[in-house]
Design a protein around this ligand. Sequence first.
Ligand code: FUC
Length: 740
Amino acid sequence: MSRLFYIEPAEEDWEKALPIGNGRLGAMIYGEKTTEHYQLNEETVWFGGPMNRINPDARENLSRVRELIFAGKIPEAERLLKYAFTGTPQSERPYQTLGDMYLDLMDTVTEPAEYERELDLHKAVHRVQVTDKKTGITYRREAFAAAEDNVLVTRLTADRERSICVGAVIGRQCFYDRTWQEKDAVYFQGNLGEGGVGLCAGVMVVAEGADVQVMGEHVIVQGAEAATVLVTASTTFREKDPAAAVRQRLQKAAAVPYEKLKEKHVTEYRQWFDTCRLELACDGEKEHMPTDERLRQAEIDNGLLQTYFDFGRYLLISSSRPGGLPANLQGIWNHQLAPPWGSKYTININTEMNYWPAESLGLSACHQPLFELLKRMAENGEKTARDMYGCRGFVAHHNTDIWGDTAPQDMYIPATYWVMGGAWLCTHVWEHYEFTRDEKFLREMYPVLKSAVLFFTDFLVEHQGYYVTCPSVSPENTYILPDGTRGCNGFGASMDNEILRDLFGQFLKAARLLGETDKPFLDKVQDMQEKLPPLRIGSKGQILEWFEEYEEAEPGHRHISHLYALHPSSQIMADQTPELAEAARVTLERRLSHGGGHTGWSRAWIINMYARLWEGEKAYDNLIALLKQSTLSNLFDYHPPFQIDGNFGAIAAMGEMLLQSNGGRTVVLPALPKAWPEGKIYGICGRGGLRYALAWKDGELTELTAEAVTDEAHTILCIGEEKYDISLKKGERFSITMPI
Ligand code: FUC
């Protein structure tokens, strides 16, 4: 069994609580000994509503900004950007906690003795068990987030009859408007600011062997055989009448016996979880050691890495389901009203990283919420493109929210005036297509791709024979000009060119595939793609981060944006572009030797990059560093604070170490570290519409099966020096056992 396991409760420390979620509704369970606390979330609880934040002065100042930048007058350009391009208001609204549920256990446990809690990743069930020394009674609480019923379910039982006593209460600190009671339930209702969504949450208790009573804001049961506590919430973002929706959901779930609810939940969850499984040869004894202790051991054991992998997939399944919203900076788990960075969608790396494991690790459908959000962004972004830049098509800057806001966020010179957010997200459309070969999906998203491209055909300017972005930043880094001036904004930063090379290339492929008839437009895009500045190597042997070689103000900066070309893109490849790969290696080493990788997500990106360089040992060392330096005891990634991107980025990298399907070919075990001499992975997916199972021993592949998930599946499979050109129809398999 894969689980997170502890012998101490969270003791009111949120960073030690354990997450459950069904994509929409979530809780952090503290697992206390004498009482219980759940911090609750619902994914649409965002303060305020959509706003028009476009700075009305941007458009008329664009040409002046460009003049200043090309004249090297960076401080003046940045001052003008600050005044004329910053959003009005500067910030989007935050994602907020829904509230809390407390379970008063009425002093049934006063002298807690044996205690344990666990999060079972195979079933998505959280369990707490505590024995009271005085009475000798063992109490159990079992909880899960049911997806189909959209309720959080907690079951309380004991090993002595009529021992269950509980008083359940939910609330939202002082941020709600009213509560009301029914015979077995209590509800609260509130609003999220002027023009914002309305919300409602409710708790209902079902008891066996005792009556349920409501007193004030508590739902109470005394001396029952067992009790089931049900919680749900709704907002007007999705439902017209949240109170009616909450009531109906609770009543529906209450009518189903607990074991049935659980069985349905486990069956539904396993359809997701069981699609991919990693097994690393490991010492089974360690399974009995608490997770926090394992994390503190001098050597991280392979079993813990396997759990970390399972946990990452668990988190994606629990925070990003079709029909819902994408996973934000904290997935769905946020306990604050004003969380860091608004717990929003930061799209200059973080949101993209959240989705790196989706396709390769068998959770392609979890990617869908991102595309729904992208459609909303494309709609809003047309206005932003027109009103800020006088361009057609759509643009998005470095943040978005659930309404798909596209105006610049913050007044932060190194990040705010960056026009690549929509473009980067659009590359996910092509990635999804590459893995699934789902032409219907591609056709549906094609207008969004085209709109993103159209923006840049208007926005790019010619400079020294190239088409460049201007203004442009390399997120969120600063350079030093020869005269000592520091600047962030400029033109044609390398990452912009790299993203555009992908966007244009992918658009052209999609256009041909779908029969686009606008030939002049396609010719123009092709021409522009050819005239994007190429990747260049600088005087230190590094990949240049900006159009010109500047001194870097922070050589150990956490963003390594110019290596987008190495990962997630494939413009730099270990085997096909060795010189650039070497320069990428130099770039990474320089960053690391100056303290790079100090945030969780930055480290996770580095692991992916080393995997792509086929440096298994370095990828592994950085994975261990991530667990040792940037992982909380509940295995949440730590920026600080908790930020979920590192969890997702790291498990994607574990996949990349075992199989890489970029650049038209699939390489097996490209970056296998010595610490993983033996193992198996089932259900790892590759571009070209193939799903693989592979096993290795003594560091060598022993068995491989590739199965087509589509009729047009194709790849060139590289196993050591051997190459196999595989074309399969849906369901067909290619198998190989080594030695051949
Ligand atoms: C970007 C990063 C920060 C943080 C924030 C949410 O701005 O530079 O490190 O991850 O997003």
